[in-house]
Design a protein. Structure first.
Length: 267
């Protein structure tokens, strides 16, 4: 794993809020984090590249200038794109006050944000953890930065929305994971040209409709391989493919191993 990490000593169990880990993740095509039931909150800012984050029951693509917030008590699963792996700055946090902050600022149930304008704030984190500041002072400063980030994200949520057309396209793809949706079919859902549809989706979500479908299908395949005994052939059919060998090669290209190898590694 290619990261610069700054761990902090575990706080007293009654401490309402503390930073447990801060760091910078550098581009690595094999980067993958999975926590079955996380005991920490995670907030990360993508400085470059592409990654995939499972939240709210589905896989989401994240790219440059995006922020994602993962809460304690839920499954955390996120990994780098194998061809253009993301780089990011992050904080891991613990304590009941984290949950209270998320609720107080209206961010409950929200995971992904436009981080435009937040880069300098996150860069302060990278500067601080590489300094010779005492840990006690560093902890206090980072806590303050986290509150600042949460406050700014709250404002961004109220001001920055995806267009109705873009959301309709994304929802259509999310609802048809068992098929391969063509650009022509997708464009018909908003009565626009295929070119308009492609450009709109790419502009608002930072990924093409086809690539987004692929991300969702690969993550669904991973979940089924790890958590069920459904055969690879059945998984292929559930995802709208007809050729198991084609799917196996595609899975290896995107995930780094064959489906059967992935299943063995997760058991």
């Amino acid at each position: 794993m290619n990261e610069y990490l700054k761990p902090f000593a575990c706080a007293h169990k009654n401490t309402p809020f503390y930073i447990s880990l801060a760091g910078v993740t550098y581009p690595s095509p094999t980067y993958h984090i999975t926590r079955t039931k996380a005991d920490t909150f995670v907030i990360e800012y993508v400085t470059d590249g592409v990654g995939y984050v499972f939240a709210d029951g589905k896989m989401n693509c994240v790219g440059k200038d995006m922020v994602y917030l993962l809460v304690a008590g839920e499954k955390h699963d996120y990994y780098a794109d194998s061809e253009n792996p993301f780089q990011k700055i992050f904080l891991n946090l613990s304590g009941d006050f984290c949950k209270q902050l998320v609720l107080a600022y209206g961010l409950s149930g929200k995971y992904f944000f436009d981080g435009n304008g937040l880069k300098p704030t996150f860069e302060k984190i990278a500067d601080i953890i590489s300094s010779d500041m005492p840990d006690s002072d560093m902890q206090a400063v980072l806590q303050g930065i986290f509150v600042e980030i949460i406050s700014k994200l709250s404002v961004a949520v109220s001001e920055n929305k995806h267009s109705d057309e873009a959301l309709k396209l994304k929802n259509y793809l999310d609802s048809n994971i068992s098929r391969i949706v063509s650009t022509a079919e997708l464009a018909k859902t908003i009565f626009r040209s295929q070119d308009y549809c492609q450009k709109l989706f790419s502009r608002e979500f930072g990924i093409t409709p086809y690539a987004y479908q692929l991300v969702c299908k690969m993550q669904t395949a991973k979940s089924l391989l790890a958590d069920t005994d459904i055969s690879v052939g059945e998984i292929v059919e559930k995802l709208g493919y007809t050729d198991i060998h084609y799917f196996s090669n595609l899975f290896q290209k995107k995930c780094g191993c064959r489906p059967t190898e992935y299943r063995k590694s997760r058991r």
